[in-house]
Design a protein around this ligand. Structure first.
Ligand code: SAM
Length: 245
């Protein structure tokens, strides 16, 4: 994770590349899933891999929350956006806060779990932080069932005088393993100067059947809520697990 520019030196660009207001529609689905299963009340949530806290920022008016991320710079962004949230530096595979919550959220950060053992470890973390009957919500960017080798995405964004053009190409160089590589090019224009930065994110790719099987192995009764996604085949699945065992 330390080698990913976007969550380190380039973290200040996260609110430009992926602005908080663009999460409103998706967060409405998360709110509905939480309310539908936890019922009314100011439930306590933990988000693992909170990033800039953009998705979470749409839930803090109704829920109390704590948040974990492995990147100090991303954590700082979320701290500024979500001052009411307790923030902790940690790895979702082994962080232990010694607290129990009604819901654990893992948004697109779950994509950084590269192997089934990584997923098992993240689900174990969720489990130890949940009360019996608590809810785990997880939303991978991609699943093996709909992944297309060589997928290409391109988008433009600007804010406060900074413009970033993002190009992403996703390759599955070894279909026998559970990893894919996203090759990013960021063309950044700020204070009249243009520069190009490159980044490779290695993320996990699992079938829906594997998602279900690992959630059930971890003690969750799981269901899948289909989401509209971003129109490019990303973010179309929200897995919900109720801790039953
Ligand atoms: C795409 S960003 C999340 C953005 C977030 N959904 C938002 O609304 O702003 C992915 C985040 O996952 C974090 N991350 C990756 N691996 C992690 C791990 N093992 N434990 C905790 N956080 C991790 C990265 O540091 C990064 O902040």
């Amino acid at each position: 994770m330390r080698d990913i520019l976007l969550y380190n030196e380039l973290a200040y660009l996260w609110p430009v590349i992926s602005p908080p207001d663009t999460y409103a529609g998706e967060a409405a689905h998360w709110r509905e899933a939480l309310r539908g299963r936890l019922g009314p009340g100011r439930h306590r949530l933990l988000e693992l891999g909170v990033g800039g806290g953009h998705n979470l920022s749409h839930l803090t008016a109704e829920f109390d929350a704590a948040a974990v991320d492995i990147s100090p710079r991303m954590l700082e962004l979320s701290r500024r956006l979500n001052p009411s949230v307790e923030h902790y530096l940690g790895d979702m595979r082994d962080v232990r806060l010694g607290q129990v919550f009604d819901g654990v959220l893992i948004h697109d950060a779950i994509s950084y779990m590269q192997t089934e053992d990584d997923l098992r470890a993240a689900f174990a973390t969720a489990r130890v932080h949940l009360r019996p009957g608590g809810l785990l919500l997880v939303a991978p960017d991609l699943v093996r069932d709909t992944f297309r080798h060589g997928m290409r995405l391109r988008w433009d964004s600007w804010r406060d005088g900074v413009e970033v053009i993002i190009e992403e190409a996703i390759y599955d160089s070894d279909p026998c393993d559970t990893m894919v590589e996203s090759h990013f090019t960021y063309t950044i224009t700020e204070r009249g100067a243009r520069r190009v930065e490159r980044d490779v994110h290695v993320t996990g790719l699992f079938s829906i059947a594997v998602w279900f099987s690992l959630l059930e192995e971890a003690g969750f009764e799981a269901e899948l809520i289909p989401l509209p996604g971003d129109g490019d085949g990303c973010g179309e699945q929200l897995f919900c697990g109720v801790l039953v065992r």
